[in-house]
Write a protein that binds this ligand. Structure first.
Ligand SMILES: Cc1cc2nc3c(=O)[nH]c(=O)nc-3n(C[C@H](O)[C@H](O)[C@H](O)COP(=O)(O)O)c2cc1C
Length: 320
């Protein structure tokens, strides 16, 4: 393992510098626990709408299945959220954070928005904080505000994305920042994990590869669509939530691709179409649903147990 990866693993108590990325509807307690038990960092996603009771259940599941292992909770902080927003409303996020504080979770991972105002409060509760960002500017901002690590996520990632590619972000951030940098977006194989560490990163944060795991909560149709997708099988659209998000080219995505000007901003667009994420991820409704996934779907050819995925991804960077 590289020095940076080794330091990250020691600091967090991991056996491998592999984070399973937070994925709304998809990465719940079962997947997070399986990744933790395999020596990586499992992350429970709240999806911007999970209730405190449900979050507590998933935390308990991870603690039961992987006793003592570090894990994270992913909290979404969409900018422009209003009290009545269908996801990411300030009241819902506050309740999720309070649950994390009460449960003393080891780590909070933010997605979207600017997490800086929350950092002092998170640290005051003795919780580590990792921010996921899509630009160098945001990476600098959260690093200088005191984030314990930064995940730079490139445009090929599944879910919400910025315009910049993974390798450009990774090599610049790893060279410049003095906090650990993890790379996200397009990483699905042992070779790409090794490449990310070669850029100087301390670790990787991986979504789509874990989506297509036995333990992920994604519907079987979502997993199979990832397995079958080519490198052009996804596209970026604002159609579901009013913010750019990469998803499989389902009929809903195709229908909006050349109508971007007609998309309303978040939260208005989300008020109409947010239900489609559940319809896709959980119900597997190919006609109406929205199925977030990354370009690296093309490199994924089977649904596997999470343990096998962690071991495979780690095989070129961690001694057996
Ligand atoms: C199905 C799906 C759901 C996602 N949901 C979230 C989420 O709730 N919060 C978040 O911060 N990122 C979310 N993401 C982004 C991931 O956390 C991660 O950054 C991304 O998947 C990494 O790229 P990869 O898919 O190429 O591995 C999601 C991604 C996918 C594929």
């Amino acid at each position: 393992m590289s020095t940076a990866a080794d330091e990250l693993c020691r600091a967090l108590g991991l056996e491998t510098p592999v984070f399973q990325a937070g994925m709304g509807y998809v990465s719940h307690g079962r997947l997070a626990a399986a990744v933790c038990a395999a020596g990586g960092l499992g992350v429970i996603a709240t999806g911007g709408e999970m209730s405190p009771a449900e979050l507590r259940r998933h935390i308990e599941h991870v603690r039961d299945e992987a006793p003592g292992a570090p894990f994270g909770v992913n909290v979404l902080l969409p900018s422009g959220a209003t009290d009545d927003a269908v996801y990411g409303s300030p009241a819902v996020i506050r309740a999720q954070l309070d649950t994390c504080f009460a449960e003393r979770v080891p780590l909070i991972v933010s997605g979207l928005g600017d997490p800086r105002p929350l950092l002092p409060e998170i640290h005051a509760h003795g919780i580590r904080f990792v921010a996921v960002v899509g630009s160098l500017r945001a990476a600098r901002n959260v690093a200088s505000a005191g984030a314990d690590a930064v995940v730079v996520q490139g445009n090929e990632a599944g879910g919400h994305v910025g315009p910049t590619g993974t390798s450009s972000l990774a090599q610049c951030a790893a060279r410049e920042l003095d906090v650990p940098v993890l790379v996200a977006g397009g990483i699905a194989t042992a070779e790409s994990v090794k490449a990310a560490l070669g850029f100087g990163a301390a670790g990787v944060s991986i979504g789509t590869r874990f989506l297509a795991s036995e333990e992920s909560r994604a519907h079987a149709r979502h997993k199979q669509a990832v397995v079958q997708a080519s490198e052009n099988g996804t596209a970026v659209t604002r159609a579901c939530r009013g913010k750019p998000s990469r998803a499989l080219r389902s009929p809903f995505v195709e229908a909006w691709l050349d109508r971007d000007a007609a998309v309303q901003p978040y939260p208005e667009q989300a008020a109409q179409h947010f239900w489609r994420a559940r319809a896709g991820c959980i119900e597997g409704d190919w006609e109406e649903g929205f199925f977030p996934a990354g370009q690296c779907s093309a490199a994924i050819d089977a649904v596997l147990p999470a343990k096998q995925i962690v071991e495979g991804l780690s095989s070129l960077v961690v001694a057996a």
